[in-house]
Design a protein around this ligand. Structure first.
Ligand code: ZN
Ligand code: ZN
Length: 252
């Protein structure tokens, strides 16, 4: 699936209403919210990958109804990382009966960051401080497999945040990358240098993605890309390797 062909799907319409979700793969829907795309896996139960900014639950509910399902069917919300544009809406969903929120343990550990902490030590943790607290969330770790899409595997890709994860479905070849990769101006590249905690680490983490067999890269801020996903990941991994070798040279 090419980026261009899906770029027009799920756009905010002129009347301000969000268009119905787009099915990007069987049972996988993209919901375009303000600033970010979240993904809905509609099997017997509903699973969300990310939950958007704080206050997104109403728009998510409307999207769920638009595909003929009920918001009460949401069972879990998996957060790709703790930034407020991804995990900000999780707390309001977690407050509902029977909804489990899951996030990598390293990002759960930094969620208690407050605006006072950020004022003392300004930096990228602001994007975590703006995420409402998630008491009772389930910690995820590398290799954990969730019983959806025939087995959805957690791949820890630290760097953008300490607990950034990709979610990989081997059966369909989908790789949900959150902000661990971006596709600015149509070119797939490393995580944003500006918004990442440890950009060198984020770049090195691409090696982990390049070992997978990927059919489609599913982004949070860009349309999905199914054109030579494996080749793209391997090209990035090679670039990362060259850059790391250069860094080692430089420190000798
Ligand atoms: Zn982020
Ligand atoms: Zn983001």
């Amino acid at each position: 699936m090419g980026g261009r062909s899906t770029a027009s799907s799920g756009q905010v319409r002129a009347d301000g209403r969000v268009a119905p979700p787009t099915e990007i793969a069987p049972n996988v829907f993209e919901i375009l919210l303000r600033r970010v795309r979240v993904h809905l896996i509609a099997e017997q139960a509903l699973t969300l990958i990310d939950a958007g900014l704080p206050g997104s639950s109403g728009a998510i509910d409307r999207a769920i109804r638009a595909i003929g399902r009920e918001p009460s069917e949401i069972r879990r919300v998996i957060c790709t990382h703790g930034h407020f544009d991804h995990a900000g809406g999780a707390a309001e969903l977690a407050a509902r009966d029977g909804v489990d929120v899951l996030m990598h343990s390293a990002d759960l550990a930094i969620l208690p960051t407050t605006l006072v902490d950020v004022a003392r030590r300004p930096g990228r943790r602001l994007f975590v401080a703006l995420t409402p607290r998630l008491d009772g969330a389930t910690p995820l770790d590398d290799g954990f497999e969730l019983p959806i899409l025939g087995g959805l595997r957690v791949v820890h890709v630290p760097g953008h945040t300490p607990g950034s994860i990709c979610l990989y479905a081997p059966e369909s070849g989908l790789l949900f990358v959150g902000d661990a990769l971006q596709a600015r101006l149509g070119r797939v590249g490393f995580a944003s240098r500006l918004y990442s905690d440890d950009w060198n680490m984020a770049r090195a983490s691409v090696q982990r993605m390049a070992r997978l067999d990927v059919h489609t890269i599913v982004f949070s801020h860009y349309p999905p890309r199914g054109d030579d996903a494996n080749g793209t990941l391997r090209r990035l991994a090679a670039e990362a390797e060259v850059a790391e070798a250069g860094m080692r040279e430089g420190t000798r």
